[in-house]
Design a protein around this ligand. Structure first.
Ligand SMILES: [Fe+2]
Length: 162
């Protein structure tokens, strides 16, 4: 197992968990902005599902085995679940920004590891995914009157289970 396969599998666990967390946000937002953001979060979920599928299939392509059970996703993901509570649209969007920031940090690490191991296809998949989420973070932050604060630190725990 290479570090590239390890970080790809970390992304598989985190993207699956992130998708569930966004489903919670989609259901549990309340207040002004609901009509606009409820469907938009749906589209973010679709976006995460696409990245998840791309990275899982890349993992298989290079000889790895993606996590594929709820137990594995939960066991390996670094995204903490929170109990379902109704929240304002603002609090809901902040949760999305936090999750996306974590993923951007992970993808950054994925790019570096794939690069070190000479896997430029995986590097480019991580790069595309990162660019897309960074754009989403900008838009979500703008909605909240904030400048985008992209996470630059590496997710040091990303390989802890590997
Ligand atoms: Fe829905």
């Amino acid at each position: 197992m290479t570090n590239t396969t390890k970080i790809l599998n970390q992304a598989v666990a985190d993207l699956y968990t992130a998708r569930i967390a966004l489903h919670q946000v989609h259901w549990y937002m309340r207040g002004t902005g609901f009509m606009e953001w409820h469907p938009k979060v749906d589209r973010y979920m679709d976006g995460l599902a696409e990245i998840l599928d791309e990275l899982s299939e890349r993992l298989i392509t290079i000889g790895g085995k993606p996590y594929s059970t709820l137990t594995e996703f939960l066991q390996h993901s670094n995204i903490e679940e929170v109990p379902g509570e109704f929240k304002s649209v603002e609090a809901s969007l902040k949760r999305v920004i936090d999750i996306f920031n974590y993923l951007v940090g992970l993808f950054e690490e994925g790019m570096e590891i794939a690069d070190e191991e000479g896997d430029n296809v995986t590097n480019s998949l991580f790069e595309d995914a990162k660019g897309n989420l960074e754009k989403d973070i900008w838009m979500l932050s703008a909605e909240l009157g904030l400048a985008p604060q992209l996470q630059r630190e590496k997710t040091t725990t990303a390989l802890k289970e590997a």
